[in-house]
Design a protein. Structure first.
Length: 386
C-alpha cells in the first residue's frame, strides 16, 4: 500500500514537472512570437521611413536642379546686360571722339554746328539714362542670383542632412533584416508575411483599377469634346477626322513597343526566383499566386524602366516594399516592386533604361518583383521580355 502511494506521489511529481516544462515552453514560444512580430513591424516601419525619405530627397533634388537652371539663366542675363552696357559705352566713346574731331575741324565756322551740339547733348543724356537703367537691372539680377544661390545652398544642406538620415536608416534596416533572418524559421511569422504579400498584391490590382478608371474618365471626356467638335463642324458643313486606335486585344495584347519578346529586362539579372502564376512556398507548404515574376538580384541592383512612359504611382506596401507604377500611355502599365530605393517621382517622364530604383529584400530573399498589366488584366511578363 505504501509502495503504491509512493508510486502515485512520484507520478504526480513527474506530471507537475511536465506541466511546468510545458508552461515554460509556451512562454518561450509566446516570447519568440512577440519578438518576431516586433522585428517585422520595426523593419516595415524603417522601410516605410526610408521610402518616404527617398521620395522627399528626389523632390528636393528636382527643386535644386530647377533653382540651378534658373541661376544659370540669371547669370546669362547678367552677362548679356553687361555686354549691352559695354557696347553702349563704346558707342558713346566713339561718338565723343568724333565730336571732338568735328569741333577741331570746324573751329571758327558759322554756328550751324550748334545743332550738332544739341544732338550730341541729347544723345549723351539718353545714354546716361540707359546706362543707369542697365546698372539697375544688373544690380537686380545680381540680387536674384544671390538669392537663388542662398536658397540652393539651403536645399543642399537639407539634402545632405536627409542623406545622412537615410544612411542611418539603411544601417538600422540592415540590423533589422539580420534579426529577422534569425527569426525566419518560425512558420507562423512566414505565413503572416506571405499573407501581407497577398494583401499587397490585391492592393496593386486596386491601384491599377483606379488608374485605369481615371484614364477612361479622361478618354471619355476627350471623346465627348470630340463629338461636340464634330457636331459643331457638321453643322458648319465640314468634317473632323477621328484618330483610330491600333490596339489589338486577345490572349497576348500588343501595342507600340509591347509585343512578344520585345522588351528589355528591368535588371541585369534574368534569373527567376518565382515565375508567373502559382508557386509553392517550401517553408510553409502553402500555395501562392504570383501576379508577376520575382527576379533574383543582389541587394542594391539597378532597376530600369522597360519602355517610355510616365510614373503614375510611387508608394510603399507591406511585403512589397517601395513600389513604382509606370503608365506607358498605350494601355500597358508596368509595376516595379520590392525596391530598396526609388529614383523617380510621381508624374515624372521616363524612357527605356531610366533608373527606377534599386533592388531590395523581403521574406523570400533578395529580388525585384515585376508585373505587366494591360488595362485591368495582368499578363505574364516573360511573354514580353526578350
Amino acid at each position: 500500500m505504501a509502495s503504491g502511494q509512493t508510486s502515485i506521489s512520484a507520478t504526480q511529481n513527474e506530471l507537475s514537472r511536465l506541466r511546468k516544462s510545458i508552461d515554460q515552453t509556451r512562454a518561450r514560444i509566446e516570447a519568440l512570437s512577440n519578438r518576431e512580430s516586433s522585428a517585422m513591424n520595426s523593419l516595415s516601419s524603417f522601410q516605410r521611413k526610408r521610402h518616404n525619405l527617398s521620395v522627399f530627397i528626389n523632390q528636393l533634388e528636382a527643386d535644386l536642379s530647377r533653382l540651378q537652371d534658373t541661376a544659370r539663366v540669371v547669370e546669362s542675363r547678367i552677362t548679356d546686360t553687361q555686354s549691352a552696357l559695354s557696347r553702349a559705352e563704346g558707342s558713346w566713346r566713339n561718338a565723343s571722339q568724333s565730336m571732338i574731331m568735328y569741333r577741331r575741324e570746324h573751329r571758327g565756322q558759322p554756328p550751324a554746328s550748334l545743332r550738332i551740339d544739341a544732338v550730341y547733348k541729347a544723345t549723351t543724356t539718353s545714354l546716361a539714362n540707359y546706362r543707369s537703367e542697365m546698372l539697375t537691372l544688373k544690380d537686380s539680377l545680381s540680387s536674384q542670383k544671390q538669392l537663388l544661390l542662398d536658397v540652393s545652398t539651403t536645399q543642399e544642406k537639407i539634402i545632405s542632412a536627409k542623406e545622412r538620415e537615410r544612411s542611418s536608416l539603411v544601417v538600422t534596416i540592415t540590423k533589422s533584416q539580420q534579426e529577422l533572418q534569425r527569426l525566419r524559421s518560425n512558420k507562423k511569422t512566414l505565413v503572416a508575411e506571405l499573407q501581407k504579400k497577398q494583401q499587397s498584391a490585391r492592393r496593386v490590382r486596386s491601384l491599377i483599377g483606379d488608374l485605369v478608371a481615371k484614364q477612361r474618365a479622361k478618354e471619355e471626356e476627350r471623346r465627348r469634346l470630340s463629338r461636340a467638335k464634330k457636331s459643331d463642324a457638321a453643322s458648319r458643313g465640314s468634317t473632323v477626322d477621328t484618330p483610330q486606335s491600333d490596339v489589338r486585344t486577345g490572349a497576348t495584347p500588343e501595342r507600340e513597343g509591347f509585343r512578344s519578346n520585345s522588351l528589355p529586362w528591368p535588371t541585369s539579372s534574368t534569373s527567376l526566383l518565382h515565375g508567373y502564376g502559382m508557386y509553392r512556398n517550401p517553408e510553409t507548404g502553402t500555395t501562392l499566386e504570383n501576379p508577376g515574376i520575382d527576379i533574383k538580384a543582389p541587394l542594391g541592383t539597378r532597376v530600369t524602366c522597360v519602355a517610355k512612359g510616365q510614373v503614375s504611382s510611387v508608394t510603399w506596401l507591406p511585403g512589397y516594399g517601395s513600389l513604382v507604377i509606370v503608365d506607358h500611355e498605350n494601355g500597358f502599365r508596368t509595376v516595379y516592386a520590392n525596391l530598396a530605393t526609388v529614383a523617380v517621382k510621381n508624374g515624372g517622364a521616363v524612357t527605356t533604361g531610366t533608373t527606377v530604383g534599386s533592388s531590395g529584400e523581403n521574406i523570400d530573399g533578395k529580388l525585384v518583383h515585376f508585373e505587366i498589366w494591360f488595362g485591368r488584366d495582368r499578363h505574364n511578363p516573360l511573354t514580353y521580355l526578350r
